[in-house]
Design a protein around this ligand. Structure first.
Ligand SMILES: Nc1ncnc2c1ncn2[C@@H]1O[C@H](COP(=O)(O)OP(=O)(O)OP(=O)(O)O)[C@@H](O)[C@H]1O
Ligand SMILES: [Mg+2]
Length: 391
């Protein structure tokens, strides 16, 4: 039996599609490579759960490390934890692993920074500033910390290093006070056009990550917020076929059509359906094929997983949210409907429903489709809702 190459629970690697998003991140990276200074803003990928944000951020990071020589700490924002302590720990581990800073050159006394003698000797110390009450962080400390560590990355090996790419996943989970400190520190660094270090920040989070932009006006304005959406059909097909092809297994066009259509281009479903199709087909050797019949059985087998996901979303809705969801399901199906039509169907005004809409947008159950229209974020969700409520 061959190993199942589909990854419903892990990042996509290699990443199919997403060329425009990768190119956008590359602009910031190239600018820093050319100027040797900090990028003027961050690049932030946002989108609903399971749409491929982490996979994309990981792909940006892989490329920056392998092709551009960046050192790249990765932080997934801890829920309820101390953001800056986690940041300090991951930067430390990454720089030590990359031989940028020797283990014994870190001291844990202050979240200040001391630069030692010699090209590769940097002593960065990590903890709350003496003067700061426990648990609070100063913009100046964070700024210093990032400056010194980014500079150390480029000084690496007698100046052969290029810079630091800081990746922050689940950025929406940052407390607003922490976000304000981080963005202000980054803004101070970016505004120092002569003396700023080669630092690029790339982040990912749920759609509400955008509301943090106001915390630091200029840096926020210069930050590129890029939505990650469902995969276009050709990329969905490629993701399905090329993943199997890696293991020498083919997929018939009929099988590909069925799975593509059922996934709606939602990356989690692409991997989940692909995984089930592989399990059903159970290819023994290169040259075996996934057929239409396998695809049919896979859709059946994936049903309970998909239903669980839908159930969790629908079950978490308040009564008025449920009504809203049902009204939207009737009007939009897998397409879109206008806010005012949904309100009218509920016998309310659009204005009265603004809180409900905000909640559902925040929970990423629905998404803004532009021009006053809304849609569900998960393909097949409308049908599920109608089956549940109308039998
Ligand atoms: N471009 C792609 N092509 C095919 N599959 C993909 C692609 N991007 C992501 N996936 C798959 O989709 C699933 C979700 O991806 P990922 O974890 O990156 O999403 P996410 O947006 O970070 O989700 P969450 O919000 O839950 O953290 C994974 O199984 C991943 O392998
Ligand atoms: Mg993720």
């Amino acid at each position: 039996m061959l190993h199942n190459p589909y990854r419903p629970r892990a990042s996509a690697d290699p990443l199919i599609g997403r060329q425009a998003q990768l190119a956008l991140a590359q602009q910031f990276i190239s600018q820093t490579l050319a100027t040797r200074h900090a990028a003027p803003g961050a690049v932030v990928f946002y989108g609903v759960r399971g749409i491929g944000k982490t996979s994309l951020l990981r792909a940006v990071r892989r490329r920056a490390i392998s092709e551009d020589g960046f050192v790249s700490p990765w932080l997934s924002v801890p829920k309820g934890g101390d953001f800056f302590a986690a940041l300090a720990a991951t930067v430390r581990r990454t720089l030590v692993d990359a031989d940028v800073i020797a283990e014994n050159h870190w001291s844990l006394e202050r979240f200040g920074v001391e630069v030692g003698a010699g090209p590769v000797k940097v002593t960065a110390s990590v903890k709350a500033a003496d003067a700061a009450p426990a648990g609070t962080w100063h913009v100046g400390n964070v700024e210093n910390f990032l400056r010194t560590t980014a500079r150390a990355c480029s000084d690496q090996g007698g100046g052969r290093g290029t810079g630091m790419l800081l990746c922050i996943d689940e950025m929406h989970a940052m407390k607003s006070a922490d976000l304000a400190v981080l963005l202000n520190a980054l803004q101070n660094i970016a505004d120092d056009t002569e003396g700023s270090p080669p630092l690029v920040v790339a982040a990912a989070g749920l759609p509400r990550v955008r509301s943090g932009a106001t915390a630091a006006a200029t840096f926020g304005e210069r930050t590129a917020y890029e939505e990650v959406k469902a995969l276009p059909e050709p990329d969905t097909r490629r993701a399905l076929v090329e993943t199997a092809a890696e293991a020498g297994v083919t997929m018939t066009p009929d099988a590909m059509d069925l799975l593509t259509q059922r996934s709606g281009g939602y990356p989690f479903f692409v991997q989940l359906l692909g995984w089930h199709a592989w399990q059903v087909a159970d290819p023994a050797q290169a040259g075996d094929a996934i057929t239409e019949e396998h695809a049919r059985q896979a859709i059946e087998a994936a049903g309970p997983n998909i239903a669980d996901l839908f159930e969790a979303r629908f079950g978490a809705a308040s009564p008025v949210e449920s009504d809203f969801i049902v009204a939207l399901a009737r009007l939009a199906g897998d397409g879109t409907a206008s806010r005012s039509d949904v309100a009218e169907a509920m016998g309310r005004t659009s204005r009265e429903l603004s809180m409900v809409r905000r909640e559902l947008l925040d929970k990423a159950v629905v998404a803004d489709a532009g021009r006053g229209r809304l849609r569900f974020t998960l393909p097949g969700f409308a049908q599920f809702v109608l089956n549940e409520t109308e039998g």
